[in-house]
Every structure is written in structure tokens, then in C-alpha cells.
Ligand binder design. Structure first.
Ligand SMILES: C[S@@+](CC[C@H](N)C(=O)[O-])C[C@H]1O[C@@H](n2cnc3c(N)ncnc32)[C@H](O)[C@@H]1O
Length: 248
């Protein structure tokens, strides 16, 4: 918790646009109940900075303590309703999973499904993902970072809100261990091209695919966003990168 005796500093606000608009959508009764009953099992308590979804710089979790074991760690950013991560966690009990999302109703749905499936190797963080990568996760603690169908912000005037842009690779590289994997997928061609350009310029990453695009990640179940992209005739683009060794 913040030190109550520390001199009060002026609140700091983010200096960059965030990649989300927080939906105020009301939760269903079942989601409200899930939030009340299941948060103590699944939701990680985090320290905030000025904004409601921020992470206080310097506040870090210890995944080994949170999960009660030392296991490979997968972090999904923008987990939405949680379909992909609940399924993956159920399929891989030997790994631990953290879902990062700002949409509270989606987090409640994720907890409901995880509880129904008996999934215990999953924790949720309600926060802005770049701050989770920069502050909350210990350096080199993560084996895989997944970002599937991030908000495309396809209008030119909104492009600057895209999550995977200059500055993002350094945050992912900080959290990933050497040899760790970054998996991306989108149905927006120009965002896929942007992702590829941004990662091509990132010294910390090397592509782990040959040719133009990676194969579809077979650990990803089909979510509504992927299905909708396909229904609209869009190509689904996967990209996979390996974090280079820090000592190289
Ligand atoms: C288009 S949805 C895709 C959801 C999910 N990955 C899927 O494929 O079904 C993108 C999600 O990312 C979340 N999101 C966007 N920016 C975020 C950020 N900076 N931190 C955490 N979550 C974010 C949004 O709230 C939204 O639920």
C-alpha cells in the first residue's frame, strides 16, 4: 500500500492515449455475484497510480507466491470474455496464466467460466496492460505474452491508440524471459502490417516464423472476434516472435 506518511505528490496522469475506452456496461446479476464471490480467488489486488486502471510504479507481484508454485507463466493481454485463456489454462494445468483486461464484465465472465471449469491456474488483473508489463510483472518472469484481436483503432485519427506500436516491444521484452514468446493475432490487415513493422525494428525480438506470416497458433480457440473477422472475409494474421537473450 502507499506510505500514508509520504509527502503527497501531485497526481500524475498518463502522457499517452490508452488503447481502450472503458465500457461502463452494466454487469448481469450473475456477473455481479461472480465479482463478489470469486474475486478473492482469481483477481490480483494491485496498487494504483492516478488512474483507476493504472499500476503504481514500483509495485510488483511475485507470481511464485501468487500461484504457490514456480511454473511457466503465460500472460494474455486484452482477454475480453476470457474464452481463450480459460480454455488454455484448462488444457495446460502445468502452466500458470494471467489475464489482463480493463473490461470488468469480461473479467467477471472469465471468473465464472474458470470456476465452472475448475480452473485454478489462472489469475486476473484489472489494469492497463502496458503498465502491467512495465511495473507489475517482475523482469524476465513471463514465458509467453499473448495478444489476440486487439482493438484495431482503424480510423487514421485513432491509430495512435493502438497497443502494438513503437514503445510496446520494450515493455513486452522487459517482462519476457530470454527465449520467451510473443504471440499476436489480428484480422485487420493494416494493423498486422504495423505489428510486423514494429517488431522488425525491435532489437529484443526475432521472428520465429518463415515467410510473411506465422501459422495459426493452435493453442488459441476461436473467439467471437476471430469468427467475425472470418465472416467478413478478412484474413486472420498470426505473428510469433522470440525474445532474444539479454546477454547476446
Ligand atoms: C477486440 S477485444 C478482443 C478480446 C479477446 N482477445 C478475443 O479475442 O476475444 C480487445 C480487448 O482488449 C481490451 N483492452 C484494450 N486495451 C487494453 C489495455 N491497454 N489493457 C487491458 N486491456 C485492454 C479491451 O477491453 C477488449 O476487451
Amino acid at each position: 500500500m502507499p506510505d500514508p506518511d509520504a509527502p503527497e505528490s501531485a497526481p500524475r496522469f498518463r502522457d499517452k492515449p490508452v488503447s481502450f475506452v472503458r465500457r461502463s456496461g452494466r454487469m448481469s446479476d450473475a456477473q455481479e455475484r461472480a465479482w463478489d464471490d470469486l474475486s478473492s480467488t482469481y483477481l490480483l489486488e494491485v496498487e494504483r497510480d492516478a488512474a483507476a486502471t493504472s499500476i503504481r510504479p514500483g509495485s510488483t507481484i511475485d507470481p511464485v507466491a501468487e500461484f504457490g508454485r514456480d511454473a511457466p507463466l503465460v500472460v494474455e493481454i486484452g482477454s475480453g470474455q476470457g474464452h481463450a485463456i480459460v480454455h488454455a489454462a484448462g488444457q495446460s494445468p502445468e502452466r500458470d496464466f494471467i489475464a489482463v483486461e480493463v473490461f470488468r464484465a469480461g473479467l467477471a465472465r472469465t471468473m465464472l467460466d474458470a470456476d465452472r471449469e475448475g480452473v485454478r491456474n489462472l489469475r486476473l488483473v484489472e489494469a492497463n496492460a502496458p503498465e502491467v508489463l512495465e511495473h507489475l510483472l517482475p523482469e524476465a518472469s513471463v514465458d509467453e505474452v499473448w495478444i489476440f484481436f486487439p482493438d484495431p483503432w482503424h480510423k487514421n485519427k485513432h491509430n495512435k491508440r493502438r497497443l502494438i506500436a513503437d514503445g510496446f516491444p520494450a515493455l513486452a521484452a522487459r517482462a519476457l524471459r530470454d527465449g520467451g514468446i510473443l504471440r499476436l493475432a489480428t484480422d485487420w490487415e493494416d494493423y498486422a502490417l504495423q505489428m510486423r513493422d514494429v517488431l522488425a525494428d525491435a532489437a529484443d525480438f526475432e521472428a520465429s516464423f518463415e515467410g510473411e506470416w506465422a501459422d495459426r497458433f493452435d493453442g488459441r480457440i476461436m473467439t467471437a472476434f476471430e469468427r467475425k473477422g472470418i465472416a467478413k472475409g478478412r484474413d486472420i494474421r498470426d505473428l510469433t516472435y522470440r525474445r532474444r537473450s539479454r546477454s547476446a
